[in-house]
Design a binder for this molecule. Sequence first.
Ligand code: ZN
Length: 267
Amino acid sequence: MKIRRFLSLGILTSCLLMSFLPADANGKGKSKDQITIVLDPGHGGKDFGAVENGAKEKEINLAVAKKLRSLIEKKLKDVKVVMTRTTDVYLTLQERADVANDAEGDLFMSIHVNSVDKKNTKRKSVRGSTVYVLGLHRDQDNMKVAMRENSVIELEDDYKEKYSGFDPSKDESYIIFEMAQKRNLGESIRVAGDAQSEMVRVAGRADRGVRQAGFWVLWATSMPAVLVELDFICNPQSVSYMTSSEGEDQLAESLFNAIKKFVERRN
Ligand SMILES: [Zn+2]
């Protein structure tokens, strides 16, 4: 990289960081006796997420999150579950992050379903689970997933003011993610690795690995945070699995196993 380009990138990054830092990023020093897990079923209300093959992403996310909540409440002692939504309502990404930060969550798990562009010729056969942690996307595919999940911001009338000029369609907006949330990255990667391997083992999903990308909601939460893409809604087989009761159960169980390991590390 040329020095001049490097310098201007540095200046741009500092400016962006200053304007993007979440207001209340450090929690309020609560007691460590109880562990709080924040579950975030992606999308909701007027924000459908991806829609394909007769299924809506927002409904799959919520169904799996609710089953996951039941498992945690039934099987883990001294663990509190906070949901960003329990019904079909619209929430901004900022509101999701606020719920997590106000609850002083110990772990944030956002649940989503993946998709690829309509032009992609492999969209009926692409399959598998991915768990994302925050970082700079190093390849185009990861960037596209992050941009699609971030683009919900555009549904808000005044998003340009609220998100300090963050433009979900511009690559420059993602540079800041390289530096943010470093403190929680190790634990986020551990949870992501466990969730990913459990979705392969328990739910029989194809393994697309743990990846990094610039998801706004992961950056805005001041705790270890992962974003799960259960499987692809554009693949008819994957979608019939994800909308089946057995599929929901197995996916919830996979994520539960990862959360259980997180709780055991904390105790
Ligand atoms: Zn989504």
